[in-house]
Write a protein that binds this ligand. Structure first.
Ligand code: PMP
Length: 284
């Protein structure tokens, strides 16, 4: 039985309760973070907390817990649930109030929940095989830079990808890839340049993206942050996605066509390895 955190209490998951009036439930009025755990330690924790504060700020949502207390809660859950490798999920909503489009009073307390997922992350069969993706219209709202719990379209996109026999969807807006359903998207061109969309409201500013671009620049790889097309993916040598749960995850097929030789690429594999080493070394 998992132990979870709800508004100040650590409880067995079956005893955790949230109001039916919670604005996260009624309006998707909430934000979240998912932090990777390796060797029982948190990877890029301060990056995730900085993005959390940014998401909260963009939604004018007050939140009083300090980074220090959030770190203590994360660590307590890792310990109680004996998480060597996995993820910690954190969600903050505007709290419970009578259903109204107008935000509730300042004094309404947030709802804060955290739970863990024990999972093999580094040793992944999908990463060994390489993902198949299909492209779908990006029908999300226009503030994809805010990490809200409004995840219905990404969930539908993933279902459509699965229905087509693929692993994931890469989303297309005005002829260019934005990102994956729950990850950032990259190609490696035949001359070894890494291309990923530049930061804007069109994509989530991935914490793994930032770290992996650092690794790539340490390896002296050329990086271009710009939009790219489906045709460029078809002509690329390699492709991959990044996220806290997928690390650096090869993509070997798009819309039924192999990318490069149709196998996980050497640069992708190298970046994955370097990223894991860097994460293990810097985790707290
Ligand atoms: N884009 C989207 C839409 C996502 O949902 C995620 C993962 N939550 C990412 C990118 C990757 O972000 P991170 O590297 O911080 O996990």
């Amino acid at each position: 039985m998992r132990h979870v955190y709800v508004n100040g209490d650590f409880l067995p998951e079956t005893e955790a309760r949230v109001s039916i009036f919670d604005r996260g439930f009624l309006f998707a009025d909430g934000v979240y973070e998912v932090t990777l755990v390796l060797d029982g330690k948190l990877v890029d924790f301060s990056g995730h907390m900085a993005r959390l504060r940014r998401s909260l700020g963009e939604l004018d949502m007050r939140f009083s817990l300090t980074e220090e207390s959030l770190l203590a809660i994360h660590r307590e859950l890792i310990e109680r649930n004996e998480i060597g490798e996995g993820l910690v999920y954190l969600q903050v909503t505007r709290g419970a109030a009578d259903r109204d489009f107008i935000f509730p009073q300042e004094s309404t307390p947030n709802t804060v929940v955290l739970f863990t997922q024990k999972k093999a992350i580094v040793d992944s069969a999908l990463a060994a095989r390489g993902q198949h993706v299909v492209t779908l219209d990006d029908l999300r709202w226009r503030r994809c830079d805010i990490k809200t719990v409004q995840l219905l379209y990404p969930s539908m996109a993933k279902m459509q990808a699965k229905a087509q026999g693929a692993d994931d969807a890469w989303l297309v807006k005005d002829g260019f890839i934005t990102e994956g359903s729950s990850n950032n998207a990259y190609i490696v061109t035949t001359d070894g340049t890494i291309v990923t969309r530049d930061l804007s409201a069109d994509i989530l500013h991935g914490i793994t993206r930032e770290a992996v671009l650092h690794c790539a620049s340490d390896l002296q790889l050329r990086i271009e942050e710009r939009p790219f097309t489906v045709e460029e993916i078809e002509n690329a040598a390699e492709a991959f996605s990044t996220s806290a749960s997928g690390l650096v995850n090869p993509v070997v097929n798009i819309n039924g066509k192999p990318i490069g030789v149709g196998k996980p690429g050497a640069i992708t594999a190298h970046l994955r390895q370097i990223y894991v080493e860097r994460s293990r070394a810097s985790a707290i």
